[in-house]
Design a protein around this ligand. Sequence first.
Ligand code: TXA
Ligand code: MG
Length: 321
Amino acid sequence: MIDLPYDRAVALLRAGELVAFPTETVYGLGADASNPEAVKKIFAAKQRPADHPLIVHLADAAQIADWALNVPEEAKVLANAFWPGPMTLILKKQAHVSDTVTGGQDTVGLRIPDHPVAHELLSAFGGGVAAPSANRFGRISPTTAHDVREELGDAVALVLEGDACDVGIESTIIDLSRDEIVILRPGMIGARAIGAVLGHMPRMRMANEKAPRVSGSLSAHYAPRTAMRYATREEIRNAPHDVAVLTRASEIPAGRYAMCIDAPFDPQGYARELYSSLRALDTSGAREILVETLPDEQGWEAIHDRLGRAVTGSGQPERTV
Ligand code: TXA
Ligand code: MG
């Protein structure tokens, strides 16, 4: 009998097991969102605090009504514009949505990913798949099946393989559950694009604002184990030889360092390769990772956000919520 990967993945999900799968942002660690016992396994595998809510992934926008209540017009407009794609909407939840998924909140995060493997899996499964990024809590999100196995080992029953995660960093999270529309986590769908579709600019969550437990809002997150900081091109040129560097089309002689990765010039390319670059630099044995400072321009906001959290940390996420 041929063991088709999707048949096996769906059977595992139905049996309450975990299945990791690629999306266009990063790999997700999935469980049947309607089975709280299965969802609990995600928290155990990731060593994630149980009060952090999870995004429910769906195959089709028609399924929103199965999970959300009073879907506002703006949600439909955004769904039409950006789904399938790297956007998560926070909406008031239906009564049946488990506290294990929502962290006890009255809202639920929904996303329709734009990746053929994720789409096949979600369509074949039919229901919602709760999935955080498939890394251990506080660590760099995985963008390859190999990275997932390295992060989670035997804690995951099956890792579906897929083409590269084209976007490379996590989805933009937009909260539509309150009076005011707020971007809780920036992503490669930027505030301007969202504003253009809505007809008004959404507000960005402020750094000191008490977020409804967005784990990426912890001050240290997405972090390599090696100490990491920003440095100017000049500092990098003069740096000692035992550091690893992430430059940007810089023509800095690579052989000088423990490792040197020359990242793409444009924000889309930079984001796509960011996490795999950080993983490689982290294993180089360098004393420190130096990241060349980035332009303070439109399009780079989400990259600044992720790197800003990664540079403050030295490995251990510090809990602020
Ligand atoms: O691109 C992505 O969003 C990836 C892929 C796998 O879809 N997923 C992802 O999941 O980044 P995770 O768990 O690593 O981050 C999801 C964020 C968390 O910070 C969580 O707090 C927030 O979404 N979130 C989920 N449900 C929420 C809710 N009801 N209210 C506020 N924040 C919520
Ligand atoms: Mg994550």
